[in-house]
Design a protein around this ligand. Sequence first.
Ligand SMILES: [Fe+2]
Length: 222
Amino acid sequence: MPWDQIKTRRFPAFDKDLDGISRQTMEDHYKLYEGYVKKTNECRKILDEFDYSEVEGNQVYSQLRAVSVDYTFALLGYKNHDLYFGHLGGDGGEPHGRFAELVDSEFHGGVEEWSASIRKAASAARGWVMVGYDLNDGSLFNYIMDTQNLWAVYNMVPVLALDVYEHAYVRDYGATPDGRKQYVEAFFRNLDWNHVNRQLAQAEAAKEGADRSGAREPAHAS
Ligand SMILES: [Fe+2]
């Protein structure tokens, strides 16, 4: 298992003036990200140092259980923000490239309807909306996540991460539903669709690799 310490990264978005997301919001947000990295490493260290022949395994409460569960909160706090900060600092605009092509081909109403759908998802989520590419069937789905470790599914590769926790917008827009909507529009004005498309290209390449496993639908008896 890879028990190396993870490290924070600095992103190009921090060297720019974003349209509608203040530098102070970004800097404060970065401190949270640093906290997730610190706690991820702390959890890993504890999990690495357990004597597993002695440590208690208890489903009501045990240190093993607590650290294992909270590790996923810390690690996904790191991963989600890595994508979030990574794809800010762009020119926004309409989805284009492969992402738009895929959405147009599979989502009823195409890109226009999808654009409405993710805005509604952003109002319905308590923490994140994650647009994920499914390695099993190649579909894209807007996952509504109340925290960073709920409720994404296996074999989903995130390609777009929209943070809707209040810390992402309260300073700039206030903690109201309308404030959140204004922030979501600002997010899309600063989104780098090329970054989204790079994520998607990696995911499609991974699916192609997985498809070579040889598993296929059974032949139907005639
Ligand atoms: Fe956040």
